[in-house]
Design a binder for this molecule. Structure first.
Ligand code: SPV
Ligand code: MG
Length: 300
C-alpha cells in the first residue's frame, strides 16, 4: 500500500487489516502481508493487562502500545480508539496524540462510556447521533495531515437497534466527514440487510469475527472496502501458548515440543537481532584505553 490510509480508502482495491496487541504481533501482521495493523482494544486489554475490554485500559496505555508498534512496522496502524475516551473535547486531544504517535488512522465508536466489547452479551447504550457527530467534527478538525484517516464506527446492530438505525447513523457519520464507517455486527444476515438498503458512498469496514465463513473476497464483493481481522492472531497465540506450556508440564520438559516452537533464529530475525551480529567499529574512546590495566580516570 503506497501513500497513507486516507488515499488507500479512496483508491482502488480492498484493504485487509490484521489485529495486533503489541509490537511483536504487529511485526507478524506485517510479515504475513496485511495492508495495515489494527491496534485492538480487546487485544491490549487481554494481552497487556488480562482484563475485560470495558474501557479499563486507558488511552495512555493504548498510545504506548501504538508507539511501540509504529516504531517497528512500515505499514500503517489504525488505532482502535474505542469510544474516544470521553466527549468531543477528549476526541480532539486523542486524535492529536495518536497522530503525533505516528498512527495512520483513529477509529472510534458510538458506544457510551464505559463501553462493553461488542461480543460481550451485555446490555449497552449508544450516545446520540448528535454527540457522535460532534466527536467526528472534533476529530476532523484535530488532524494535521491530510493522510490521517478518521474512521467512525456504529454499534447500532450490536446494540439491537436494527438496520434502519444503523443506516441512519452510518449516513450521519458519512455526512459529518468520516473517511470510512465500520458497521459492526455479530451476524452476516443483518449486514446483508444493511447492504441491501445502503445507498451511501463512504467506504465501509467490516470485522467478520462472528461470521468467519464469509471470506475476504466475498466481503469485498458485497461492498466492503476494508476487512479487519481483529483478534485472530491473539486467539491463535493464546491457544499455542497454553498448549506448549501444558505439554512442558505434562511431558516433564520441552523435548517433545519440536516444530511447535519457533526457532531462536526466527525470533532473532523478527526483531532484527540477526543484524546486530555484524562486526561494528569499536568506539573511539575504547581505542585510547590501555589494553590491560585500569580505565583512564575520567575526572582528570
Ligand atoms: C477490538 O479489536 O478491540 C475491536 C473489535 O474493537 S471487536 O472486538 O470486534 O469489538
Ligand atoms: Mg475495541
Amino acid at each position: 500500500m503506497s501513500g497513507g490510509l486516507r488515499s488507500s480508502l479512496r483508491g482502488q482495491g480492498g484493504i485487509v487489516v490484521g489485529g495486533a496487541h503489541d509490537a511483536l504481533s504487529a511485526r507478524l501482521v506485517e510479515e504475513a502481508g496485511f495492508d495495515a495493523v489494527w491496534l485492538s482494544s480487546l487485544g491490549v486489554s487481554t494481552a497487556l493487562r488480562a482484563v475485560p475490554d470495558l474501557n479499563l485500559v486507558t488511552m495512555t496505555e493504548m498510545l504506548e502500545v501504538g508507539r511501540n508498534i509504529v516504531g517497528r512496522v512500515r505499514i500503517p496502524v489504525i488505532a482502535d480508539c474505542e469510544n474516544g475516551y470521553g466527549d468531543a473535547r477528549n476526541v480532539f486531544y486523542m486524535v492529536q496524540e495518536f497522530e503525533r504517535a505516528g498512527v495512520g488512522a483513529a477509529c472510534f465508536e458510538d458506544n457510551e462510556y464505559p463501553k462493553r466489547n461488542s461480543f460481550y452479551e451485555m446490555d449497552r447504550d449508544l450516545i446520540s447521533i448528535g454527540e457522535m457527530e460532534a466527536k467526528i467534527d472534533a476529530a476532523v478538525s484535530a488532524r494535521q495531515s491530510g493522510e490521517f484517516a478518521i474512521i467512525a464506527r456504529t454499534e447500532a446492530l450490536i446494540a439491537g437497534l436494527g438496520v434502519p438505525a444503523a443506516v441512519e447513523r452510518a449516513r450521519a457519520y458519512e455526512e459529518t466527514g468520516a473517511d470510512a464507517v465500520v458497521v459492526h455486527a455479530r451476524s452476516w444476515a443483518l449486514l446483508e440487510q444493511f447492504l441491501a438498503v445502503w445507498t451511501g458512498k463512504v467506504p465501509l469496514v467490516v470485522i467478520p469475527t462472528m461470521f468467519a465463513e464469509i471470506g475476504t473476497e466475498r466481503l469485498f464483493a458485497a461492498g466492503f472496502k476494508m476487512v479487519i481481522y481483529a483478534n485472530q492472531a491473539l486467539r491463535a497465540a493464546l491457544r499455542a501458548m497454553a498448549e506448549a506450556l501444558g505439554a512442558i508440564r505434562q511431558g516433564g520438559g520441552c523435548a517433545g515440543l519440536g516444530e511447535r516452537l519457533a526457532s531462536l533464529k526466527e525470533l532473532e530475525a523478527l526483531v532484527g537481532a540477526d543484524g546486530l551480529m555484524l562486526e561494528v567499529p569499536r568506539p573511539r574512546f575504547a581505542a585510547r584505553r590501555p589494553r590491560h590495566g585500569p580505565a583512564p580516570d575520567v575526572a582528570r
